[in-house]
Design a protein around this ligand. Structure first.
Ligand code: B12
Length: 446
């Protein structure tokens, strides 16, 4: 099975892809070491005679330098062959791996691996967590690793197809029917009754199916051929990796459910998936913002909802702050970012800080509730070219309106944003931007 040519071709496709950023995959393994409290995590691509680490964290020399091992040292090959999560509590006593050389040479004692399955169904490798002492893996450990394995696949597929050619517009229903052998009427029924297919629509209302949709159709077709009823297969698909949330809408929904269940580990992995696959602006605006609005909706009725909202806010904040800590020199100049006095809502501004930093600004993020005279003092001390202010509450917008005139030097550009920015008359002469990507673009045109 390991030397199946179609599988090896898929492995090579992802290994060759120029779009894949090793740092992203390393960061996902680092996240696993933190979430599962293990010393080592690997994203291993299994070839016919060796495994190559596309991402890794915690490896000791010489493996850290080599980033590969022969199959004599591979547990991941077994996860690939079985196609199911492989949980080994103590390798020294496990019949499958008892004699594996990784036990002595890499110190592997406990192993949890999730096969990495592409949308074509090829199992290219495994995402694993490794401990140097025995460990009883829990359902929650498996779920966290499954979510992050789905993130790895979504990332690899997005970057590999980006690098190959511009994304196709998708297939129409007749083409999908021909390719999969599932009649067009059946496809429409699956979409309507079970909501398991969500093709995009053209301006004229025609369905357009992407690779993920097609993989789902093929997966369902194969289960029906095995004797499953469509309802059962649809329920299974929901839980399988092919059915892992992939569109922004699905991620928003999954995030809301995880927050409502107060499942912190799942919230972290879904947020990670959102940022890795969609980037900061879309993750914040298209996934996190609607999720926050939905989670906060029943504030008045359910006190626990406040805690749930705080959980999501904190996970987002820590993801964004981690990115902001990755300091670079500012080639565009210095930007100071601060919320209006009394303003606690600073997530949007934090996301803007991350994007500006990535775009080449040296960023000083002052955050929530900053007195305007303090903000202005920092602007002057840093001789900053740019000041970004944020106001969500009507009252803090009023404070900005009252205190802003006269306090700023002409050489400093000011941009005001946040939900209440349009309420500030002064802002009519100051550029305002609400969408993050537009704001960054606007500020490039200095
Ligand atoms: C999370 C949240 C909180 C968190 C904030 C955590 C944090 N560190 O940010 C906490 C719990 C602290 C909080 C507190 C309060 N909140 Co609140 N909160 C929210 C919630 C659920 C989400 C807001 C959010 O973060 N959205 C996501 C971010 C990314 O969006 P954003 O801030 O709009 O930013 C976007 C743009 O505006 C833009 N942007 C933002 N700033 C800037 C700046 C520049 C320069 C640019 C270019 C762009 C830009 O970029 C972002 C991406 O597009 C909203 C509900 C909702 N439907 O919005 C209520 C909401 C904003 N809160 C509300 C209220 C009433 C409060 C409290 C008064 C509650 C209370 N009774 O204590 C306090 C206010 C405290 C204060 N003085 O500020 C109201 C505001 C009503 C109003 N307009 O007056 C809302 C709308 C809830 C509601 N429906 O009533 N809240």
């Amino acid at each position: 099975m390991l030397d199946d040519p179609a599988r090896l071709e898929e492995v090579r496709r992802f290994r060759r892809s120029r779009g894949v950023d090793r740092n992203v995959l390393d960061r996902l393994t680092k996240l696993v070491t933190a979430l599962l409290d293990v010393p080592v995590s690997l994203i291993s691509l299994v070839e016919a005679d060796r495994q190559v680490f596309a991402g890794s964290s915690g490896l000791e020399p010489p493996w850290a330098e080599w980033q590969e091992t022969p199959l004599t040292h591979s547990f991941c090959q077994h996860a690939v062959m079985s196609g199911a999560p492989l949980a080994i509590d103590d390798a020294r006593e496990h019949p499958l791996v008892r004699g594996n050389a990784a036990i002595d040479d890499l110190g592997v004692v406990a192993y949890l691996g999730i096969p990495l399955t592409t949308s074509t169904g090829a199992r290219i490798g495994s995402f694993c967590a490794i401990d140097s002492k025995p460990r009883a893996w829990t359902q929650s450990d498996v779920r966290v690793l499954e979510d992050l394995a789905a993130t790895v696949i979504a990332y690899l597929e997005a970057t590999a197809s980006d690098a190959a050619q511009p994304a196709s517009a998708g297939l129409n229903i007749a083409a999908v029917a021909q390719r999969t052998g599932v009649a067009a009427d059946t496809l429409r029924k699956w979409e309507r009754r079970y909501a398991i297919l969500r093709p995009k629509r053209t301006a004229g209302g025609q369905r357009r199916y992407d690779d993920v949709d097609i993989a789902r159709v093929e997966w369902l077709r194969d289960r029906l051929a095995e004797g499953y009823r469509i309802g059962e297969a649809a329920a299974l698909l929901d839980r399988s990796s092919v059915g892992a949330p992939s569109s922004p809408e699905e991620l928003t929904q999954a995030l809301v459910e995880a927050v409502r269940a107060v499942d912190a580990a799942r919230v972290v992995s879904l947020v990670e998936q959102a940022f890795t696959v969609y980037g900061v602006a879309a993750a914040v605006e298209e996934i996190a913002t609607p999720a926050l609005a939905e989670v906060a909706e029943p504030w008045r009725d359910r006190p626990v909802a406040i805690g749930e909202e705080h959980l999501l806010t904190q996970v987002l904040r820590s993801r964004l702050q981690r990115m902001l800590a990755d300091r670079r020199t500012g080639v565009r100049g210095t930007a100071v970012l601060a919320c209006a006095p009394d303003e606690q809502h600073d997530l949007g501004l934090l996301a803007l800080a991350v994007l500006l930093q990535a775009d080449g600004w040296l960023v000083a993020f002052l955050g929530a509730d900053t007195p305007l005279e303090a903000t202005v003092a920092v602007v002057e001390k840093l001789d900053a070219e740019l000041l970004c202010l944020s106001a969500t509450m009507g009252t803090s917008a009023e404070r900005l309106q009252a205190e802003l005139p006269g306090t700023l030097r002409a050489s400093t550009r000011v941009v005001i944003g946040g939900a209440a920015a349009p309420q500030i008359p002064r802002a009519a002469t100051v550029p305002r931007a609400t969408r993050l990507a537009n704001a960054v673009e606007l500020l490039q045109r200095a």
